[in-house]
Design a protein around this ligand. Structure first.
Ligand SMILES: [Zn+2]
Length: 205
């Protein structure tokens, strides 16, 4: 596993003539946590009921706390659909931009310093600036959490793998409408994308 210790990189020299010797530094982590679709429209009866998601939410919350404390970037990757989005040809309307359903669940609200990337398809990379953001942050390993394991988590993992990122999926931090979908998604990501699937407490974050 990659060290989560922050590495400091020099970003550039101040151009302010009065402070010519000021340099800008920022911590550079090689890991980032991607929080996929932990939105009110997904954590509800009919998709993933709150009681099914409660342990997942707690595990994600603990992981995010550790990540923020270690300077590991936290990136929320959230469905944010147009009112007549093309995705609604296949799915009922959900997570329409500006509606309450498109908001992150209360327990996991983004905090200062976190990033939010809005998407309109399953993958967090498709039609978004997620790849650019991760490269600017110097990330080479993505730790993917959220829902649903076999849909948006899986397609985000696929696109991460295609782009050369290492993929880690903490099994207690993802969920799906059924155990079958959840297990299938985990197995597929392990086999096809070489994802490291293990408990969140075992991760070096
Ligand atoms: Zn969607």
């Amino acid at each position: 596993m990659v060290s989560a210790k922050p590495i400091y990189v020099l970003l550039g020299k101040s151009l302010n003539p009065g402070r010519a010797n000021v340099f800008w530094w920022r911590p550079l982590s090689r890991q980032a946590v991607l929080v996929v679709d932990m939105l009110k429209d997904f954590i509800k009866p009919g998709f993933i009921p709150p009681e099914r998601a409660s342990e997942t939410i707690k595990a994600i919350s603990r992981l995010l706390k550790r990540a923020r404390a270690r300077g590991v970037p936290v990136v929320y990757v959230c469905d944010s659909h147009l009112p007549d989005d093309g995705e609604f040809r296949l799915w009922p309307r959900h997570a329409v931009r500006g509606t309450e359903g498109a908001e992150v669940v209360e327990e996991l609200k983004p905090q200062e310093g976190d990033y939010v990337v809005r998407k309109r398809r399953y993958s967090g990379f498709y039609g978004t600036d997620l790849d650019l953001l991760l490269r600017e942050l110097g990330v080479d390993t993505v730790v993917i959490v959220g829902v649903a394991t076999h849909i948006c988590v899986l397609h985000t993992a696929a696109d991460a793998y295609f782009r050369g990122y290492r993929v880690v999926v903490p099994r207690d931090c993802v969920n799906a409408p059924s155990d079958e979908d959840n297990e299938w998604g985990l197995r597929y990501m392990e086999r096809m994308y070489g994802a490291l699937v293990k408990g969140s407490e075992e991760l070096e974050i």
